[in-house]
Design a protein around this ligand. Structure first.
Ligand code: 5RP
Length: 224
């Protein structure tokens, strides 16, 4: 938790007065949003947030960050977490089932910054299953499709509710375990053309910078 806090707080310093900020989802962005709220209060800067989930929207409100929408504004900077980051800054996201809105907002931002602790850095993506947000009626047919890519699908089950996780958009999540993903951009596109898939958790080629929390401090990796 300490590394997530350090990296979340460091990312909050990248935001400038007047920015419209994409607010990611998860336990690392929790610290980013918390610190951004503190900066707004202490420095009297004007910032508006565009949340990627109910989680980030509620936290932003509690932290004193005004909320707006993509309909009203373009995004200067988006800051979000990730479940895996490979050596060319492709990601797997969706551990919190929020990847559809996250991809819309992160991709639309002028600058997309990812914040992770050092456990998330991998050579090649694929140890973490790829989450697919799926229209409930398409659960079985999508599950059959992903087997063609040697994927093993599992319906994500809720913890404090009987039955499956229901996303903020009212859909199911299929977590698909692949072998190592050598070509994330290809797989990202192939998964999204399966009928019934709303969005998948591979984010290929859209990251500008990754901040990594390590025991030696926060390290920055820029897109090459
Ligand atoms: C939510 C996400 C999160 O950003 C990702 O799961 C990382 O979460 P955490 O910071 O809690 O490790 O993609 O859908």
């Amino acid at each position: 938790m300490e590394l997530k806090k350090k990296v979340g707080y460091a990312a909050a310093e990248l935001v400038k007065d007047g920015d419209i900020v994409g607010l990611g989802t998860g336990s690392t962005t929790h610290y980013f949003i918390e610190k951004l709220g503190k900066r707004i209060q202490d420095e009297e800067i004007e910032i508006m947030g565009i949340p990627t989930s109910y989680q980030s929207s509620l936290l932003a409100k509690d932290s004193g960050i005004s909320i707006t929408t993509l309909e009203e504004y373009s995004i200067d900077i988006a800051v979000d977490g990730a479940d895996e980051v490979d050596n060319t800054l492709n990601l797997i996201k969706g551990g919190g089932a929020a990847h559809t809105m996250e991809k819309i907002i992160d991709e639309a931002a002028d600058k997309f910054v990812v914040i992770v602790d050092d456990t998330k850095i991998v050579e090649t993506l694929g140890a973490f299953p790829v989450p697919l947000e799926v229209i409930p009626e398409a659960r079985r047919t999508v599950s059959e499709h992903v087997k063609k890519f040697e994927g093993i699908p599992a319906l994500r089950m809720a913890k404090m509710k009987d039955g499956p996780v229901i996303t903020d958009n009212g859909n199911f999540i299929l977590d698909v375990q692949f072998k190592l993903i050598e070509d994330p951009a290809y797989l990202e596109k192939e998964l999204n053309v399966i009928p019934g898939v709303v969005e998948n958790g591979i984010f290929a080629g859209i990251v500008d910078k990754v901040l990594v929390g390590t025991p030696e401090g926060v390290k920055s990796i820029k897109k090459k």
